[in-house]
Design a binder for this molecule. Structure first.
Ligand code: UN1
Length: 479
């Protein structure tokens, strides 16, 4: 079987090891072997990026636009093919996979435009005859570390702004799901970038990521992943004076008030909690429901879940694909057991399902009668598991929604403008969704959270430049 290589200094190179990329819908299906790099290859990638960076930093906005627009155009043209690869390796459904590739294409197009919009500021000094301008310059070589759950959109929303603002990149995708990242790297290799500006090193976070975080020539690390690893990266970046941007977990609440449209609330809860197999940091896992609508909401949720098909991600009839691998499935099942043993009622789902091919299929689980202090309501599960917490009033719901160490997204279903407006102001989260799922965000606006969910500047939209640039202020006196 073909082994896909690493991309370092503009060359495709082998790693000392390779690993199979396994389809979670059918573990007998091996997509390809992917090379795994080692520490000295990260050193080579950083060296290549460091020496080519000045050329890219000096490129014109037009050159940057052309590179990013080329990548965006090709992603959009190949959305079906690459979306199929994405669904095959990660397990989200085909429409979700195609949609994610399209999102990546639009992200590249958006940041192609940002390269042209990188404006500065000119003000008159407080001293006579002096002018002061502030411009944004690239920070240097950026280390990009991405998770398995969005194998192309998250790489796109980090790589595109890094390049748009004139930085060089060493990219380490999740080794569990390297196919989409590799395909993106292959497109970048033909995009007109000078050799060495973009490098791909696949491998274990504990090895590759560690070298990046400690390397003196890396100016900043942007990371999406677990809170444990995020904390280690922040500490290392602090020690080594690097910029750092972290996107980590969530325990996102969806409040359903008595006056909500029941159909909308159920649709929003199902989509937010279970689609993409619940494997999103933006997933709603705590459904906080006021008492008058509670019983109707529970019945409607159970009825709706009864119509959901879990199966092979590539099959047309599938609504929810498999869990990504055995260890995530074990984790999901462990949380389901803990919910039951702490006294929540497993109203439906939660069992492993058999399908034609061997895969990691789990029936979406809904807990009722759960209490806020239970582990299923405190810790991020990252699977198709949600629990209902019953409350009396809006005020109690808001308090419960904010009662978490996380603060990524926070949702509410209500027809009351008063409550929606109040919730928008008082939700302790980076993103608020009103009558919309907590997951599924636009590509052109800021993304990020508060508290333990995020650290450092926001990603995406016009805010992305905060991380990928540094400001230079120049005082000029006509000589
Ligand atoms: C989305 O909900 O559309 O890892 C994006 C995650 C997030 C991205 C979610 N960083 O799930």
């Amino acid at each position: 079987m073909e082994t896909k290589k690493l991309y370092i200094g503009g060359e495709w190179v082998d790693g000392p090891l390779s690993k199979p990329n396994i389809n979670p819908s059918n573990t007998a299906d091996i997509i390809a072997e992917y090379a795994c790099g080692q520490a000295d290859q990260v050193q080579q990638a950083v060296a290549a990026a460091t020496s080519s960076w000045p050329t890219w930093a000096a490129s014109t906005p037009q050159q940057r636009f052309n590179v990013l627009d080329f990548v965006g155009t090709e992603l959009l043209q190949r959305a079906e093919e690459l979306g199929t690869l994405l669904s095959r390796e990660e397990g989200k459904t085909l429409p979700e996979g195609i949609g994610e590739v399209q999102r990546a294409g639009y992200l590249f197009k958006f940041f192609a435009g940002e390269a042209l919009r990188n404006s500065g500021e000119l003000v008159q000094s407080v001293r006579p005859g002096v002018w002061v301008d502030s411009v944004r310059e690239p920070i240097g070589v950026v280390g990009i570390v991405t998770p398995w759950n969005f194998p192309i959109a998250i790489p796109a929303w980090k790589i595109a702004p890094a390049l748009a603002f004139g930085n060089a990149v060493v990219f380490k995708p999740a080794e569990l799901v390297p196919g989409s990242a590799w395909a993106l790297a292959e497109i970048l290799s033909r995009s007109g970038l000078p050799k060495g500006v973009f490098n791909l090193v696949i491998g274990k976070g504990s090895q590759i990521g560690k070298v990046l975080v400690e390397h003196p020539d890396i100016a900043g690390i942007t990371f999406t992943g677990s809170i444990e690893v995020g904390g280690q990266i922040a500490a290392a970046c602090g020690r080594n004076m690097k910029k750092v941007q972290l996107e980590m977990g969530g325990k996102n609440p969806l409040v359903v008030l008595d006056d909500a449209d029941l159909d909308v609330a159920v649709q929003v809860a199902i989509q937010g909690s279970y689609f993409s197999t619940g494997q999103r940091c933006t997933a709603s896992s705590r459904l906080i429901v006021t008492e008058k609508i509670h019983n109707a909401f529970v019945s409607a949720m159970i009825e709706k879940l009864g119509t959901i098909t879990v199966g092979d991600a590539l099959k047309k009839e599938t609504h929810i694909g498999p869990v990504v691998d055995q260890s995530q499935l074990d984790k999901d099942l462990e949380y389901i057991r803990s919910g039951v043993s702490e006294g929540a009622r497993l109203a439906c789902g939660g069992e492993v399902l058999k399908r034609d091919a061997p895969g990691y299929f789990l029936a979406p689980a809904l807990f009722t009668d759960s209490r806020p202090e239970m582990r299923i309501n405190r810790e991020e599960i990252f699977g198709p598991v949600a629990s209902i917490i019953r409350v009396k009033t809006y005020e109690e719901a808001l308090e419960m929604a904010n009662d978490t160490p996380f603060g990524l997204t926070s949702g509410i279903c209500t027809k009351s403008l008063k409550h929606a407006q109040h919730f928008k102001q008082h939700a302790q989260a980076g993103m608020v969704m009103i009558n919309l799922p907590t997951a599924g965000v636009d590509y052109h606006v800021p993304f990020g959270g508060r508290k333990a969910s995020s650290y450092g500047p926001r990603e995406q939209g016009s805010y992305a430049k905060e991380f990928y640039t540094t400001v230079k202020t120049t005082y000029t006196m006509a000589g």
